[in-house]
Design a protein around this ligand. Structure first.
Ligand SMILES: [Fe+2]
Length: 436
C-alpha cells in the first residue's frame, strides 16, 4: 500500500481515500472527529448532494424495513429467518429463504446439532468446571463489559478450552454451517480475495450458563465491529467508501472489501478477528421471552449509523456517543428510527444455533426470575483472512498453554487444568483453524 505517513499526533491524508486518517487513536480526539466529519461532508457535497439528502434516502429505506418488521410481528410471524440444518447440508435452502437471510442479516439454524449432543456438551462443561473447582477459585468478572452484573457464581464463564467447546468448534456440522454463512458474503471483489469462506479460524470465546431464577439487567442496543476506527482508519475508510461519498445505492453490507485488513483501535471490547457472523449454539431450551438476544435486523442500517453523526444536530466533536474502548451504542437519542425494530430470536432448543451479521445492532433483554437455563457456547464464523491468520497465531499459543485468548482478560483459569482439550484431539478442521 502506498500511503502518506500517519502518526497519532498529526493528520495525514490517505492517497487511497483522499481522507485524513489516523491508524492509531488520535491524541486530540475532539479535533480529529471534527476534522473527519468536515472531510466527509465535503466529499459528499462534492457529488452535488447535501448530507441531509443522503440521510433522507437512507431513512426512507430503513423506515421501510422497520415497517416490514413491525408488520411481521403484528401477523405473529417470526422476524428472524429460520433455516433447517438439513437444508444446508443438502443445499436445499430455497432462494427465498436465502434472500430473507440476507435481508434480515440474521438467522437461527434449527437442528444444527442433535439435542442429545448439545445436552451432553452442556453436562461436559459442568463436569469440566466442577472437576477443576472453578467456583472455588473464580475471582469475579475481570472485564468492564459484563462486569457490572452482581453475582456469586458467574453467568459468563471465562473458559475457552473445554472438550465441549473445541468439539463444537471443529465439528463438521459447524464447518458446514460457517461455510454456508460465509457464502452470503462477497469474498472476492476489487480484483482481490478478502477471505476463504471454506476455512474457519476457530475464534475462541466464552460460555454463558444462566441458571433458573436468575435476574439479569441485559445489555442495551449496541454493535460490535469497532468504534472511531470505523471512520478514521484507512482500511475502514476504503470499506465504507461508498457511504463516505454519499452513494447509499452502491453500499453493500455483504462485500468484505478491505475490512479484513483494516486497522482497529485497541480496547477491552475489541474483537481482533473479522467475523462474517457472530453466533452462539444453544445448550438449553430458551423461550424467546427469557432475556434472549435481540437484533435490529437491517444490515444496511449501518449506513445510518455511519452517516448520522454528520447531521447538524450532532455536536462537532461527537460521533453520536461512539468512543474508543467503549461499545458502539445505538440509542434512542440519535437512532430512534432504528431501535424500535429490535426483534427477539425465536425460542430455541439445545443444538439450535443463532447467527447475526457482524454490523447488526443487537441487545440482550433483561429478565427477572428466568424460567429454565440460558446456556450457550459463543462460536462465530471467522473465516481465514489476513487478519484472522494473524490472530490465529496468538490463539494457537493460548490453546497450547491453556491461557485466555488475547482478546479477553488475562484470567488463565485453565492453564493447569489437566482435562482440557488436547492437541491430540484436534481433527483436520481444528488443526487448519489453528494453523497447526
Ligand atoms: Fe455485542
Amino acid at each position: 500500500m502506498t500511503t502518506t505517513r500517519s502518526t497519532s499526533t498529526s493528520t495525514s491524508t490517505s492517497e487511497l481515500t483522499g481522507l485524513p486518517h489516523w491508524e492509531t487513536i488520535p491524541e486530540d480526539l475532539p479535533r480529529a472527529i471534527a476534522e473527519i466529519k468536515a472531510a466527509l461532508r465535503q466529499r459528499i457535497e462534492d457529488t452535488g448532494r447535501t448530507v441531509a439528502e443522503v440521510i433522507a434516502e437512507i431513512e426512507e429505506f430503513v423506515t421501510g424495513e422497520a415497517a416490514d418488521i413491525e408488520a411481521t410481528k403484528r401477523r405473529g410471524d417470526e422476524v428472524w429467518p429460520v433455516v433447517d440444518y438439513t437444508d444446508i447440508e443438502n443445499a436445499t435452502v430455497t432462494p427465498e429463504a436465502l434472500a430473507q437471510l440476507r435481508r434480515r442479516g440474521c438467522a437461527v439454524i434449527r437442528g444444527h446439532f442433535d439435542r442429545a449432543q448439545a445436552e451432553k456438551w452442556d453436562a461436559d462443561v459442568v463436569d469440566y468446571v466442577d472437576s477443576n473447582h472453578f467456583f472455588d477459585t473464580y475471582a469475579g468478572p475481570a472485564d468492564d463489559f459484563f462486569g457490572d452484573l452482581e453475582m456469586s457464581k458467574p453467568e459468563i464463564y471465562p473458559i475457552y478450552w473445554s472438550s465441549a467447546q473445541m468439539e463444537a468448534r471443529q465439528h463438521p456440522r459447524m464447518a458446514r454451517a460457517q461455510a454456508f454463512l460465509n457464502a452470503q458474503w462477497t469474498h472476492e471483489s476489487e480484483g482481490r480475495t478478502w477471505f476463504d469462506p471454506e476455512r474457519d479460524s476457530l475464534y475462541p470465546d466464552r460460555i454463558r450458563r444462566r441458571p433458573p431464577g436468575a435476574d439479569s439487567g441485559g445489555l442495551g442496543t449496541h454493535l460490535d465491529p469497532g468504534t472511531l476506527d470505523l471512520w478514521m482508519t484507512e482500511g475502514y475508510q476504503q470499506h465504507f467508501r461508498h457511504l463516505f461519498s454519499g452513494d447509499f445505492a452502491s453500499y453493500d453490507p455483504w462485500d468484505a472489501a478491505y475490512r479484513t485488513e483494516a486497522a482497529q483501535y485497541p480496547g477491552s471490547t475489541m474483537c481482533s478477528a473479522f467475523r462474517t457472523f457472530q453466533g452462539w449454539t444453544a445448550l438449553s431450551d430458551m423461550a424467546n421471552d427469557q432475556g434472549v438476544l435481540h437484533t435490529v435486523p437491517i444490515p444496511k442500517a449501518m449506513a445510518y449509523l455511519m452517516l448520522r453523526p454528520l447531521l447538524d444536530d450532532v455536536p462537532e466533536d461527537s460521533m453520536c456517543g461512539v468512543k474508543p474502548n467503549r461499545t458502539f451504542p445505538a440509542t434512542r437519542k440519535w437512532h430512534s428510527i432504528l431501535v424500535d425494530a429490535v426483534s427477539p430470536i425465536p425460542s430455541v432448543q439445545p443444538g439450535d444455533s443463532v447467527w447475526w451479521h457482524c454490523d447488526l445492532i443487537h441487545s440482550v433483554a433483561p429478565v427477572k426470575n428466568q424460567q429454565g437455563w440460558g446456556n450457550v457456547m459463543y462460536i462465530p464464523a471467522a473465516p481465514w483472512c489476513a487478519k484472522n491468520a494473524r490472530y490465529a497465531d496468538s490463539v494457537r499459543e493460548a490453546f497450547l498453554t491453556g491461557h485466555s485468548p488475547s482478546d479477553f482478560p488475562d484470567e488463565n483459569y485453565e492453564a493447569d487444568w489437566p482435562n482440557r482439550f488436547s492437541p491430540a484431539d484436534l481433527n483436520e478442521t481444528g488443526r487448519r483453524g489453528l494453523n497447526l
